[in-house]
Design a protein. Structure first.
Length: 149
């Protein structure tokens, strides 16, 4: 596995993000286009409209929502695990709870900091209200996270 760092730490799954996402969006666009054509011609019965256009459009919207929320739910669960892990790691290193000013996005970024940098970066992040991206760029010794969703 390639050494992880700031420039390559993002997780991208082509089959999910590119292929599936594109197909779901294309199906939705096609359904909307078909409904537009039917509404302009308006020579179809209401039952025909429901069967051939409204139901497939509903399925397309459901697919889009499933695509979006399946990723969001996985990320939210992962974020909770990261918060617990990093809070415990900070406590082990300092004997204190993590600063309450630290936000979730900061904690997510701090997970890449090695133990030697975690405490000082956490203090800097709290005092300077650093963004997650700023924290990641400030890390000198990258700690890879190869088990993320």
């Amino acid at each position: 596995m390639k050494q992880q760092n700031y420039s390559n730490h993002s997780r991208y799954v082509p089959a999910f993000h590119l292929f599936t996402g594109t197909l779901v969006i294309l199906v939705l666009i096609y359904r909307l286009f078909e409904i537009g054509k039917v509404l302009m011609l308006s020579h179809h019965s209401f039952s025909h409209f429901l069967y051939y256009f409204a139901v497939p459009l509903s399925v397309s919207v459901i697919l889009l929502m499933l695509f979006w929320y399946s990723r969001q739910f996985a990320l939210r669960a992962q974020d909770r695990a990261i918060r617990a892990e990093e809070s415990l790691r900070y406590y082990i290193l300092t004997g204190k709870a993590i600063d309450r000013r630290i936000t979730m996005s900061q904690i997510i970024a701090l997970r890449f900091a090695g133990d030697d940098e975690l405490v000082s970066l956490t203090q800097q992040a709290a005092e300077k209200n650093m963004s997650g991206d700023e924290i990641k760029k400030a890390i000198k010794n990258w700690r890879p996270d190869n088990h993320r969703a």
